[in-house]
Design a protein around this ligand. Sequence first.
Ligand code: ATP
Ligand code: MG
Ligand code: MG
Ligand code: MG
Length: 469
Amino acid sequence: MSGVNEIRSAFLDYFKRNGHEVVASSPLVPRNDPTLMFTNAGMVQFKNVFTGLEQRPYSTAVSSQKCVRAGGKHNDLDNVGYTARHHTFFEMLGNFSFGDYFKDRAIELAWDLITREFGIDKDRLLVTVYHTDDEAYDLWRKIAGLPEDRIIRIATSDNFWAMGDTGPCGPCSEIFYDHGDHIWGGPPGSAEEDGDRFIEIWNLVFMQFEQVSAGERNALPRPSIDTGMGLERIAALLQGKHDNYDIDLFVRLIAASVEATGVPADDQHRASHRVIADHLRSAAFLIADGVLPSNEGRGYVLRRIMRRAMRHAQLLGARDPLMYRLLPVLIAEMGRAYPELGRAESLISETLKLEETRFRKTLERGLGLLEEASGSLGEGDRLSGDVAFKLYDTYGFPLDLTQDALRQRGVEVDVSGFKEAMERQKAEARANWSGSGDAATDAIWFGLRDRLGATEFLGYDSETAEGVI
Ligand code: ATP
Ligand code: MG
Ligand code: MG
Ligand code: MG
């Protein structure tokens, strides 16, 4: 059985042998894209190479990219602990062709790697293609010999990738693994596709057009390839597991959490241990890349991740800061592949400890209030927006923490009521402000208040890290 570290190396090595330049992961804070909250795919660092703005001394590349999907368009925060396949931090393995090879070679390489090198059972694999992409359909028939009923045509944007409103775009083809009918879920395109029976492992993007304007799309003279496969998902397959959280790396992180809390990862507590292990990874990697907890933008996403994990630590009965105690295990597992973790160890450790120490008191008091306000609520009920806002404003509870706390009981939060309460408070602050008599000071004060208030909340649904309002 290969561990995560060997699987990463095997992937990089396979593409290196096939002529690809091995390129290191770029940081989680994108250097070339202020509109993106965090790096969320392997192609992010190559955007300008795909569009032709930047030249590199190689035309094919391979990488294992650190990704965070916890804010903006791709937000998997709510999935963590509840699906078998989502993390907030994960590694995306990818091979890229910048106007070099195209569909046939991309399919050939992917199929050869997973079925021959990795030895995955062909009969368990199925693929999707964009509904009009006959070329890809025929290549899967020819190269992989897949029967027609295991090549599924999909007409949605799931199988058509675009960099933005304009720029390179094209159909994509995804490879799925069927874990068997003992697990709930249906094939891609079916009503049960969100289940965990058919798990998507690899997305092959065929960049063959350029969207010039809303109505105009041209064929690219030299089409390109961008692929992404979740390291943790392929590791699960290679380790004979269904669930990403059962791979070697997570087994060790969760064991550390079990040991530190003295609470087993049984049915009642499994989700909490998973959330802690997952959020420890994203928090540690974000801090190592220069993000610190704050009340706006990227820093607020980090704070939300950390506080959410702390509530789960609290659920496990931890009375003292927990996360920083698990850090050495993470560094032992991942520090060789990502030396920045070791270099930033004391910063990460201190930041985790400080945030946990500060939040502990208000966490306990806030949970008391939450219990009081929601004790009588059950499945289908909603917590008032005013209570959620008080938890946010007075006790520092990010909205998603409150939502997560109520989730198991099927209770929702009145989100529009929450937003209204926030707006009301801002209006009151304005009305109560008697003024300093100095127009310039007033402008600064309100500017700050608006910025801190508004951008904190924007962290939930805005793609941009910097405040928009
Ligand atoms: P899913 O439908 O399972 O949420 P996706 O279609 O959003 O995945 P892509 O954007 O196509 O994922 O990313 C490429 C690959 O990265 C996926 O095929 C998967 O292997 C991996 N991946 C995506 N999101 C996550 C995540 N949150 N945690 C772990 N791996 C992920
Ligand atoms: Mg997704
Ligand atoms: Mg998908
Ligand atoms: Mg996908």
